[in-house]
Design a protein. Structure first.
Length: 307
């Protein structure tokens, strides 16, 4: 199958906000998304913060888009956010906002009571990963609306476009939401020697995808020597919850990769093992593609399955 969106970039007033690295040839019922690897920082945003660029970058899922960079060649698209998570988090509801960050009252529809807002990590975050405050001054709600229009909504249009195309071609779609996690504070793998977990898979405790999908990724990673947990401490964010709809043929799973596997978390430099991990993830994708192709009937939306 040919694809029509290769390397599509979504231009906004801020420049390139979204990129779709499309399948060289659409062969797989998979869509990959990297919402937190963007590193194109608007100058006005840097100027609004007391933090330097190095501090702001601590919130990035650095290089995750590159770790999954082989998927277009394998036959699936990769949707990449190019603007950073510290500027706007597309893996949130559109209006998860902290009222204390703004210069006036927020509309009644704003969700100001979520756990993510309480942690300082709403749609517009209050802090970076090191718990330092991002902004010097209060924000205007109009600024949030602009960020949503220029970045959030184009990103989700791109994800939805790829999901719908995959549904049209295959009758079902598996969305893999790709992330990285800091090594500090991770749980230990208590089933073996007490070592930090390498990967956490989140499927909303079984609600966002068919169990075959999580099982296959888990087993493939385990066979390659990685320590894997499910839904602890990351069960899947907004993307997994919003798009995961197994009864209608859309399956969503989140993958969180321990950053210490592939980068120096202090300097943000890639480690020598980066290429090996990328190759291993390509092998996991191939295993997932093979598994779902052999179980298409159980993964399709109900109407098609009944025909």
């Amino acid at each position: 199958m040919s694809s029509d969106h290769r390397d599509t970039e979504f231009e906004t007033a801020l420049g390139k906000a979204i990129e779709i690295a499309d399948a060289h040839e659409l062969r797989l019922p998979l869509v990959f998304a990297s919402p937190h690897s963007g590193c194109s920082y608007p100058a006005h945003f840097i100027g609004s913060s007391p933090l330097d660029l190095a501090a702001l970058r601590k919130s990035e899922d650095c290089y995750v888009d590159e770790l999954f960079g082989d998927v277009p060649e394998l036959g699936a698209p990769l949707v990449k956010a190019l603007l950073p998570r510290a500027y706007l988090d597309v893996n949130r509801e559109p209006y998860e906002l902290d009222p204390d960050m703004f210069d006036g009252p927020l509309p009644a529809f704003v969700n100001s009571s979520s756990a993510r807002v309480a942690a300082g990590l709403g749609t517009v975050a209050r802090i970076v990963a090191t718990r330092r405050e991002i902004y010097r001054h209060k924000l205007a709600f109009a600024d949030v609306e602009l960020r949503l229009a220029e970045f959030y909504r184009p990103y989700h249009r791109a994800v939805r476009m790829m999901i719908n195309r995959t549904l049209d071609n295959f009758g079902y779609c598996v969305l893999v939401d790709c992330h990285s996690m800091p090594s500090s504070g991770l749980p230990l793998d208590i089933d073996s020697a007490p070592q930090l977990v390498d990967v956490v898979l989140g499927d909303r405790s079984g609600l966002s995808c068919h169990p075959l999908i999580t099982d296959t990724i888990d087993e493939s990673l385990h066979d390659l020597g990685y320590r894997v947990l499910r839904n602890n401490p990351y069960a899947g964010g907004f993307t997994t919850q919003h798009y995961g709809d197994p009864a209608n043929g859309v399956h969503a799973v989140q993958i969180e990769i321990n950053r210490s596997l592939y980068m120096d978390e202090a300097t943000l430099m890639r480690r020598a093992a980066f290429g090996k991990l990328r190759a291993h993830l390509g092998a996991v994708v191939a295993s997932l593609a093979d598994a779902v192709s052999r179980s298409e009937k159980s993964l399709r939306y109900q109407r098609m399955s009944a025909e």
